[in-house]
Write a protein that binds this ligand. Sequence first.
Ligand code: WTA
Length: 643
Amino acid sequence: MPEANVVPIPANFADAHIKPDDYTAMYRRSIEDRDGFFAEMADQFLTWDKRWDSVSAHDFVTGEATWFDGGKLNVSVNCIDRHLPERADQVAIIWEGDDPSVSKSITYAELKAEVCKLANALRARGVGKGDRVCLYMPMIPEAAYAMLACARIGAIHSIVFGGFSPEALKDRIQAAECKALITCDEGYRGGKTIPLKHNADISLADCPSVSTCVVVRHTGCDAAMHDDRDVYYHEITAQQSEDCEPESMDSEDPLFILYTSGSTGQPKGVLHTTAGYLLQASITFKYVFDYRDGEVFWCTADVGWVTGHSYIVYGPLANGATTLMFEGVPTYPDAGRFWQVVDKYNVASFYTAPTAIRALQGKGDEFVKQSSRKSLRILGTVGEPINPEAWEWYFNVVGDGRCPIVDTWWQTETGAHMITSLPGAIAMKPGSATLPFFGVELALLEEDGSEIEGEGSGYLVVKSSWPSQIRTVYGDHQRMVDTYFSHYPGYYFTGDGAKRDADGYYWITGRVDDVINVSGHRMGTAEVERALALHESIAEAAVVGFPHDIKGQGIYCYVTPMDGVEGTDALKAELVNICAEEIGHIAKPDVIQWAPGLPKTRSGKIMRRILRKIAENELENLGDTSTLADPAVVEDLIENRAK
Ligand code: WTA
């Protein structure tokens, strides 16, 4: 492995929460005395109605894990009420609208009132502990109120990203049998409106479990309202009390479900529970971003993804922080928007995805240089490997060479950061997520399941439980066992490959399954294949990722039309549309190549390895093709490779 550039810890981080020796000592203790370490953390970071009976228990053959069994607490109390004695008038949420002239600040006292009013309104509509509530929202404060209102009454939220199509929304509502949907008339993004309520109406036509649809009036458009089911948010909350008795939840009661993509066509409902999730979101927020009282923290993710859950809402608010929520996009009104907002609110930590960094890098340095960014202390990245060129630009141009970058590796299933640098404790290497967080015990495995010692590369697995571990796939526990614990019994299988260098640093090399990462959005190639196959003119389709300069990975589709159907541009356009309709705009193919046949083994299995190589334009190195049923198919695909 070539020597990587080491970027030392900046001198002004000498008083960080975690210093180099602290990291070493705390990490060791978190592994050797896991229960002792996390018991102390749980006392320090959370407020309990009742302390736990036992700290942790897990079995990585069956996938079972419990944390803080017997304990009782409420997440909304931990994120709001307990801060009120000191922070009632401190801003909890700064909201910056899509339109730069529209913004709002919500104090902790106001947050308490808003959350309680909605919680009471939901209770009045018959929503209670254990009921599932779907959220299909733009990035507005009501999204955070709704999450916390669910947590207050023990309802389980399931957020569906506002960019998903009605079809995708319907599947997720049905799978979780949601009792209520909370949505919005329309959202704004980059000056355009997104018809959320209209989309929701299409979905709800096939969702008999939903008896209440709460609609936030945001753009004020004339949304259709169905009398007995639909209610306006402002109307149902108007007369409610600003106090609401919180439900005292067991540590292991579910907090939320979040659907994410896997290697089959059906998304998985990842379930997180109360205490362990909140604890790890909370600890990582404080230490990874070295959060200081009074600072403004900004995570640019959408609340529809796990990053938004853990680092816009739960992690920051559990720490009594001020969290910034942004409705818009990085390039509206112009490509300087992020840095204008950083200056406007004196943002101290800024956390975004490599795809956004690369896109802004492409727009030129002037957009950055127009701002001062002097408030920035820490920069973060998440979602996909960051290429060293983008890292250097982020560090030197955005951070003026003085802000450490925390490259955080984690997953929807892990709930919170797992591998990450710590700004005052771990020297950086551009492109490496560096070292494991407290309590995270990693290994790299060979194909045969043996552990790799020292330097090497292999499958990234986790050897023992961490507090915010996935507990189940909602409604299908066996699927959790099969996906994460059956490849290598005794280990949690991440689905990622990684290298470990001589300093023990981890370098994530990307997914080893059929999941791709498009602009930081996780997608199953099987989901796209399923959408394409719905078209009546299509016989078969196979989808793979390919390297894309801005998006990280793009979507490359090999499509075989039905006999007698000609592969035309018009048909390509229809296929792009069907992906947008079935999944959402994020799933639109970048490349469609007509394939008279797909490379298959004699037993009929598609050889995706070959399709990936062709999409990547690595034609010399196709590997073993001797098991192909018809080698001529590959010749054709290479010859007609889409340029
Ligand atoms: C990828 C997002 C490299 C990885 C929090 C993982 C990363 C998947 C990084 C999870 C990173 C996330 N470096 N790769 N810092 N962070 N990934 O569930 O492939 O949307 O398995 O969670 O994103 O995506 P998910």
